[in-house]
Structure formats: C-alpha cells, structure tokens
Design a binder for this molecule. Structure first.
Ligand code: NAI
Length: 337
C-alpha cells in the first residue's frame, strides 16, 4: 500500500457531482490510499455556504496542495464572477496543461493527434476588469505582465524538456495587440533562447494556427498561448479527438495544483447519468502522476484503454458512441483494472 494522500474533492455543479463520484470510485479502486476532503464551490455553494468560492475551500487546497475538481457553472452576461478564474488567481495556478491525444476506439477525423495545450491561466482578458466608460460604451482590460509571461514560457520549455517534447508553438495576435501579445512573444523568445535552445520554437498568428490545427493537428507538439486563446483552442482541440468527454487538464501553480477536465457543467445532460466521466478520470490520472503514484495511474489508464478498445456500447457513454451511462463506464474501468 502506498503512502496516504489527502486530496481535496470539489464536486461542482451540473454533471460535476456525477463525474466526480465516478472519478473518485475509479481512483480508490486503483490501490492508491487517498483521504478525500469534499469541498464546496460553484453555484450550489451559495445556498449552503453563502459564497460560490468559500474561504474554507481555498484554505483546504492551500493546506493539502492537491485538488480534483468537477466543473462549476458561471452565469452568462450577469451574476457572480467565475469561480474558476477566482480559484486560479487566488492559488496562482498559472499554467493550464491540457494533453490532447487520440484514444483507442474513440472515433475522430484524425488518428495521430498528440499535443498539449498550455494556457496562461491568470492574466489576459480574464483579469475580469471591465467597466462602462459612458452609457453604451464598455471596456474590458487585457492584462499581460512580464513576470506572468515569463513564468508560463519557462513552464512550457521545462515541461517540454521533462516530457521529451520537441517543439513549442506560440499562438498569438501580436499583429493587432502589439503590446500585450507582443510582450507574451518577447518573453517566450527570450526564455527559449536563454534556457531551452534545443527545443524547436515557432509562432503562428492564432487564426492561422486554428486553421492549421484542423488541417493537420499532427504537426503540433506543445501549443502555448495566453488565457482566452487557450480556453477556446482547448475546446477546439478536444473536438479533434472525440470531444469534451475525453480531454483532461491540470491547473498548476508553484504551491498547489487543481486537476479538472476541460469541459463545463453541461447543464443539458446533468443529473441523467449521461456524462462521460473519462475526462475527469484522466485528470485523476494526471493527479496521481503528480503525486508520484505512477503505478496506480498506469492501472487506471490500462483500465480505460481496455474498455475503449473493447468498445462494448453498454460500457461507454453516448458522446463516444455507447449506450451506457456515467456509472456503467466507471464500473467497466474498475473491472478491467
Ligand atoms: P460544456 O463543456 O459544459 O458543454 C458543452 C457541450 O459538451 C454540451 O453539449 C455538453 O453536453 C457536452 N459535454 C460537456 N462535457 C461532457 C461530458 N463529460 N460528457 C458528455 N458530454 C459533455 O460547456 P457550456 O455548455 O458552454 O458551459 C456550461 C457551463 O459550464 C457554463 O456555466 C460555463 O461557464 C461552465 N464551464 C465550466 C468550466 C469549469 O468549471 N472548468 C469549463 C467550461 C465551462
């Protein structure tokens, strides 16, 4: 039996509690010893705790340093500010890491996708600084700081080196946002030249980058970009390999890490046992590797690879061609582990 870890579990909103429960069950079945601390966050936390992001949740993650998080709902155009943005800023989770790969048996237009979207997670237009200058005229500030741009660039090249990845491509719009995206580029170039010249480096204006991604995703290795671009391109890349149900993620800071899927709370399918739990389970695998529990992580990966390869409809969710549900998929993974 491995050492006991304490991990914060944030079920979240919508499909969050369903996929979080599935992921917890699979992780517990992997043989790793985890004490879960269940924490409130999201729209559902307002009623019980009077806040979408209670202080006890922040403090617990600061203490235990690792969390597995379900998605949370953010109202559109009004209402409370984003819990995700708040969490990432409060805990300084500056690097969003989203590996995007083809999976056995999961249909997609492409067969050779193996890339990582690296998103700066604390700056850009997600500063949330907006105001109405005069009636009918609003502004939204895009913030880029040299330390913020340097640390995500440094993270990208270190990540590339540690994972044996060969190329970092920056997506930007510095032809229009000459100062903010210009600073992002300037920092990436400088860190590349000074700290990782052996890694190939190139840059694409993001509109061209998106076109190149859908034409031939196999040419990309690590794609690095600021916050908003990373948010959008993550979903685009999920679409290259079978959708939001199969792409995991991690929000990494220097002191703590929060693992969560790329997808949102999917209110259209919430509470119906329809959500694909795999993205959060795969995020759990990233978490176990982060904790040094590589054997348990490997057992889970072996389990879901087997279920996907066998392709029995009753054991797969509908988004990937099955007829089963969240619970059936998780149980099938556990049986193969
Ligand atoms: P979404 O990712 O929740 O859903 C987009 C589409 O993908 C929907 O058709 C949904 O049914 C499907 N989908 C998503 N996850 C799935 C899964 N695991 N299995 C099967 N199908 C899945 O994005 P949407 O609808 O734009 O946002 C809904 C809410 O989620 C919003 O309040 C948004 O702010 C929030 N959100 C939260 C995130 C987070 O907490 N990390 C990330 C993205 C959105």
């Amino acid at each position: 039996m491995s050492v006991k870890h304490t991990v914060c579990l944030i079920p979240g909103d919508g499909i969050g509690p369903e996929v979080a429960e599935a992921a917890r069950r699979v992780i517990d079945a992997s043989g790793v010893s985890i004490e879960w601390v269940s924490l409130p966050a999201g729209a559902g936390a307002v009623e019980s705790h009077g806040s979408t992001l209670p202080e006890e949740t922040i403090r617990a993650i600061e203490t235990h340093r690792v969390a597995l998080k379900g998605p949370v709902t953010t109202p559109i155009g009004k209402g409370h500010t984003s819990v995700n943005v708040g969490l990432r800023k409060r805990l300084n989770l500056y690097a969003a890491v989203r590996p995007v790969r083809n999976l056995p048996g999961v249909a997609s237009r492409y067969s050779d996708v193996d890339l990582v979207v690296l998103r700066e997670n604390t700056e850009g237009l997600y500063s949330g600084i907006e105001n109405e200058i005069v009636p009918g005229v609003v502004q939204s500030l895009k913030i880029a700081t040299r330390p913020g741009c340097e640390r995500i660039a440094r993270y990208a090249f270190r990540y590339a080196r540690s994972r044996g990845r060969k190329r970092v491509t920056v997506f930007h719009k510095a032809n229009i946002m000459k100062m903010s995206d210009g600073l992002f580029l300037e920092c990436a170039r400088a860190i590349h030249a000074a700290e990782a010249p052996e890694i190939a480096y190139d840059e694409l204006i993001i509109d061209n980058g998106c076109m190149q991604l859908v034409r031939d995703p196999s040419r990309f290795d690590i794609v690095l970009m600021e916050n908003l671009y990373g948010d959008i391109v993550s979903d685009l890349c999920a679409g290259l390999v079978g959708g939001l149900g199969v792409v995991p993620g991690a929000n990494i800071g220097d002191s703590s890490a929060v693992f969560e899927a790329v997808h949102g709370s999917a209110p259209d399918i919430a509470g119906k046992n329809l959500a694909n739990p795999l993205a959060l389970i795969m995020s759990g695998v990233m978490m176990l590797n982060h904790l040094g529990e590589t054997e348990a992580a490997g057992r889970i990966k072996g389990g879901y690879d087997a279920v996907l390869s066998e392709g029995k409809p009753a054991e797969l969710t509908r988004d990937i061609g099955g007829s089963g549900g969240t619970r059936e998929f998780a149980e099938a993974i556990i049986r193969r582990m």
